[in-house]
Design a protein around this ligand. Structure first.
Ligand code: FES
Ligand code: FES
Length: 169
């Protein structure tokens, strides 16, 4: 039976009505009209629906909304502000450094995997500021790109790590 849930998404609180086992992805896209997380496989296999929950990547297609009540949910739309908050920056950048690096490397083609790739890479760089190529590949392993742009995605993550090192962020 549907009930009200209080969820915190990109720093804003929302009260939504949903079945307890409703996938978080449906709440984000249908109730909050967010365009970042995308439905791909619906089976936790592709990563296109990824979000951060308390800073950890989660597949929102298989995350029941009842498990994330009062947790900090960050979607692609909230990544720049999340990044700024973690570093104590006064202003959030227009784009998260990984987003900027993906553009600079022209790493994406159709862009369907964009959401998950960026969310996962942002999580990785919080945990490991200077990952090796092997560490990047390992971290990104569960994210599928139908266009096969994996080498450029790895280059973009390397570029983002370098940019963060250069700016001291
Ligand atoms: S749609 Fe969630 S992992 Fe594929
Ligand atoms: S760029 Fe098309 S799925 Fe990755």
């Amino acid at each position: 039976m549907a009930r009200n849930f209080r969820i915190l998404v990109n720093g804003r609180r929302h009260t939504i009505s949903a079945e307890p086992d409703a996938p978080l992805l449906y709440v984000l896209t249908n109730d909050l009209a967010l365009k970042g997380p995308r439905f791909g496989c619906g089976l936790a296999q592709c990563g296109s629906c990824s979000v951060l929950v308390d800073g950890v990547e989660r597949r929102s297609c298989v995350t029941p909304v009842e498990t994330v009540e009062e947790r900090e949910i960050t979607t692609l739309e909230g990544l720049p502000a999340w990044f700024a908050a973690r570093r104590g920056l006064t202003d959030a950048p227009a784009l998260h450094p990984v987003q900027q690096a993906m553009l600079d490397e022209q790493a994406l083609q159709c862009g369907y995997c964009y959401n998950g790739m960026i969310v996962k890479a942002a999580e990785l760089l919080e945990q490991n500021a200077s990952p090796s190529d092997a560490e990047i590949r390992s971290a990104m392993n569960g994210h599928l790109c139908r266009c096969g742009t994996y080498p450029r995605i790895v280059s973009a993550i390397r570029r983002a790590a370098r940019a963060l090192e250069e700016t001291g962020e």
